[in-house]
Design a protein around this ligand. Structure first.
Ligand code: GUN
Length: 294
């Protein structure tokens, strides 16, 4: 049996179409469109690529994007000032500070300075705190974790009562996706580099979310037949046969695991496009809230 391939690219395109229609309706009714500010500090190539993709996606659905490309030696105070300006700008409904920030910047202070109502990345300590408690709705949920759940929902995978295993415990993906799965009544295990006998823990999963950043770590004999696999990993591995000299692989050995799983996301074309679609969705929701539309 070969698994159903969960086509994140197609699902994200459907969601962008839904968002575009809502943006058009907002424009017709209020003569306003949502605005997203993307703040990039320094010159990391991967971050530059992500921010460029986010801005391009905004343009595609009619969201205005404001780009702030700051030098790598920008001071804490100058960055805070940019955030404060954006907090005060009524045309900006979402503020995204691309992570990681340079080492000299206090990330927690910057994320905490973003207006709660504009925290479309969902990384403000209060939004994260609410996500980590029962019955405390955060205003925004982080985009990649939200995209993982949306993929499960739109594929018709039931979460309630299932054994969910999250491999990885990062602030950006592992921890928040674990909270979302728990809120949806999965029975949750979080495992990581210090977990003893990792394969046997992973093998318990009905739903596996892999987010450790280790190329093809999860092998075919690590998973239970019928598991649903969401692979968040994006790892570049050398590949001289490719023009660029590398290719992208996930945290899961796709070719092996797809022979055992019921469904699996590919890399690329799985979770990646969903992250951006959820950012657009959060920005639209923020603008709707600002206009009193909900
Ligand atoms: N770096 C890696 N993922 C993300 C994300 O979702 N948002 C931001 N701001 N930075 C990131």
């Amino acid at each position: 049996m070969s698994a159903k391939i969960i086509d994140g690219k197609a699902i994200a395109a459907t969601i962008r179409g839904e968002i575009k229609a809502e943006v058009e309706a907002m424009k017709a009714q209020y003569n306003k469109v949502p605005g997203l500010a993307a703040v990039l500090v320094g010159e990391r190539r991967d971050s530059q690529t992500y921010v460029r993709m986010k801005k391009r996606a905004c343009a595609e659905v009619g969201i205005t994007s404001f780009g702030y490309d700051l030098p790598g030696d920008t001071s804490q105070e100058d960055l805070l000032e940019v955030v404060r300006e954006l907090n005060a700008n009524p045309d900006v409904h979402g503020i995204l500070v691309q992570l990681p920030l340079p080492d000299h910047i206090d990330e927690e202070e910057i994320l905490g300075a973003i207006s709660l109502e504009k925290d479309v990345d969902g990384f403000h300590p209060l939004n994260i705190g609410r996500l980590s408690m029962k019955r405390r709705d955060p205003l925004f949920v982080p985009c990649t974790p939200k995209g993982c759940i949306e993929l499960l929902d739109r594929t018709g995978v039931e979460i309630e009562g299932k054994r969910a295993v999250v491999l990885g415990r990062s602030n950006i993906v592992g921890l928040p996706v674990a909270m979302l799965l728990l809120h949806r009544n999965a029975t949750l295990t979080i495992c990581h580099s210090r977990t003893k006998d990792l394969p046997s823990v992973v093998r318990e999963a009905d739903i596996l979310v892999a987010a450790v950043g280790r190329p093809e770590m999860v092998r075919g004999d690590w998973v239970k037949p019928g598991v649903v696999v969401i692979d968040v990993g994006v790892n570049a591995v050398d590949d001289p046969t490719r023009e660029k000299g590398y290719r992208l692989v996930g945290d899961v050995a796709f070719d092996e695991v797809k022979e055992v799983a019921a469904a699996i996301t590919p890399v690329p074309g799985g979770v990646g496009p969903m992250t951006i679609a959820m950012l657009l969705r959060n920005t639209l929701d923020s603008a709707k809230r600002a206009l009193g539309m909900e």
